[in-house]
Design a protein around this ligand. Structure first.
Ligand code: FAD
Length: 334
């Protein structure tokens, strides 16, 4: 425990890797602790709305590229599950304990912290357990989650919206893909995370989309993007080329909250536009903030937070300085 890192980044998804790259590049001692559950650790679709400047990249390759660049710049990465952050600037203690993907049990010290812990998405339940959905979630074009990222990929396909949230979230997905396909059906899963009794089904009846409800018993899924079928407990079979999940998300911010970091009513970490939290020496980036859940946003906010941390560490006199130089607004640009 003798090293005191300049910054410990909790989470090694796109936001954490981007922050690590900037801090490593600026020769800061930076450690990324990551338990390896970013969607990008599993994702085998091409990321169509984020370019690495070369070919479109699938998620797993993208995360290897992002972490590889940060390691190349000098950032250290450790597979570890953080269970507690304590202390205050300039000395935080970060404690890890084993998780189902990590073995590390240690204490680490840092002057500053960046939370880049992402958000947890609730998956549909198959025969009583959400883990049985994962082989589909992670395989090629089997199941989509984000209309901003994937709606255009549904062009002309049969889409089944598999809803685990509210009627509103199911309709949002259906309306978003309706520009690309007319073959849309909605399944309201009865063991959704929002109780059935609280749902307003009249909105579905008024919508142009056929819908049904039930619990998923099994999935027949041969190859990504080909015809795939959900079998309901009632015996009803629903076939589609794409399952589009209307999910529920919960930001992973419990550890930040225990440190006294302010969150909004949905649990997202509250920051200023630069990613600074209410706790001195602590920033946040990516999906654990209330931003659109996109790789580009995660990378951008990770970079911005790291930039501010680097300035904070480097120059006491400029700790509170505005990075975007408001005095420049007065200049007569032509
Ligand atoms: C199926 C799917 C497809 C998607 N497709 C696209 C797409 O095509 N284009 C696009 O732009 N976006 C896409 N997204 C969204 C994109 O994946 C996220 O916006 C992005 O990954 C957010 O990055 P992040 O670094 O903020 O969080 P994450 O990627 O979630 O990374 C957070 C990391 O923190 C780690 N962590 C959390 N808590 C702890 C802890 N206590 N200790 C240690 N580590 C911890 C997690 O294990 C994880 O590795 C998709 C999302 C999903 C689910």
């Amino acid at each position: 425990m003798s090293i005191v890192y300049d910054t410990i980044i909790i989470g090694g998804g796109p936001a954490g890797c981007s922050a690590a790259l900037h801090l490593g590049y600026h020769k800061r001692k930076v450690l990324v602790l990551d338990r390896g559950t970013s969607p990008m650790h599993f994702h085998t679709n091409s990321i169509m709305n984020f370019s690495t400047g070369m070919a479109y990249t699938e998620g797993r390759t993208l995360i290897r590229q992002l972490s590889g660049a940060a390691k190349g710049a000098g950032a250290k990465f450790r597979p570890a599950n953080v269970c507690e952050v304590s202390g205050a600037y300039p000395e935080f203690t970060v404690e890890t304990e084993p998780s189902y993907r990590t073995k590390d049990r240690s204490l680490y010290k840092a002057k500053t912290i960046i939370f880049a812990t992402g958000t947890a998405r609730k998956h549909p339940i198959v025969d009583g357990h959400w883990r049985k959905w994962l082989p589909i979630a992670n395989a090629g074009n089997g199941a989509f989650y984000c209309p901003d990222c994937e709606a255009p990929l549904t062009k002309g396909k049969r889409v089944l919206v598999v809803n685990v949230g509210t009627v509103g979230s199911a309709l949002h997905i259906a309306n978003s893909v309706a520009r690309f396909t007319k073959k849309i059906r909605i399944l309201m899963t009865e063991d959704a995370y929002v109780p059935f009794r609280d749902q307003d089904f009249s909105k579905l009846d008024e919508s142009p989309f056929p819908w049904t409800s039930g619990k998923i018993k099994s999935v027949r899924f041969i190859m990504p993007g080909t015809s795939q079928t959900l079998v309901l407990e009632s015996g009803e079979r629903l076939s589609a080329d794409v399952f589009f999940v209307a999910f529920v998300a919960k930001p992973r911010t419990e550890i930040a909250q225990a440190l006294g970091i302010e969150v909004d009513d949905k649990g997202n970490i509250v920051t200023d536009k630069r990613g600074k939290t209410n706790v001195e020496g602590v920033w946040a980036a990516g999906d654990c903030r209330a931003i659109t859940q996109q790789v580009a946003m995660a990378v951008g906010t990770g970079n911005y937070a790291a930039l501010m941390v680097n300035q904070f560490l480097g120059n006491e006199a400029e700790k509170e300085a505005e990075f975007d130089h408001p005095e420049m607004r007065e200049l007569p640009f032509l």
